[in-house]
Design a protein around this ligand. Sequence first.
Ligand SMILES: [Zn+2]
Ligand SMILES: [Zn+2]
Length: 234
Amino acid sequence: MKLIDFHIHPRPNNSYEDMKEYTLNCIEKGIEQIGFLEHGPRISPKRKGRLTTIENCNSFIERVDRLKMEFENIIGIYSGVELDFSTELKFVKWNEDLIFNSNFDFITGSVHGKYTKDYQIYIQSNIEMAKNWPVDIIGHLHIPQNYAEWTDYYRDLFGICVENNKLIEINTRVDRVWTEDIINFIVEMASEYPDLRFITGSDAHKSSAVGDGIAQFFANDYELSVSIPEMGEE
Ligand SMILES: [Zn+2]
Ligand SMILES: [Zn+2]
């Protein structure tokens, strides 16, 4: 199976040089498909998005395109944006204006901030996002240790993801990584949804962290279908 890291923030500056350094580290670690992304508009006023104007989005995409050409046939490189989930219409419109006018390879939607305070709100927000948001990937889905209590919600989410062709991201960042118990639970649940697909992401914010946890995850050869989103079909 091809190693995939589709959650890479090329910090500090998202520059071409930063991205190139990350790419070289990925190649060294045997990662074959990578997704660079940055945050779009943020729901929390304390946080700053990096891809909040069409100009920012286009120049980010151009830098990724330059690397794509340079590393063609060596590694698959894709450009993306990580959107915050919100129910606020003005915010939703801002996101839509942005993504419908830019040409990202993929869109990750993540539930952040105030929607994470309570797990019921959190999981319902993920379901709502899978139902109605034009995202390809449900970002870093958090599964708590009392996961069994939420089984019905996961059924809802998985069913909608299959129906709407969304991938679920398995995040390997240390504080987000799924425990062995959780993985076994997910593998068993996923067996009821043969078309359900997953994707892996390290959530690296520095170049030495790319691929962290990814090779270990793939080495386990779990019975989950892991792939990148289908692209270029429009
Ligand atoms: Zn996130
Ligand atoms: Zn992120």
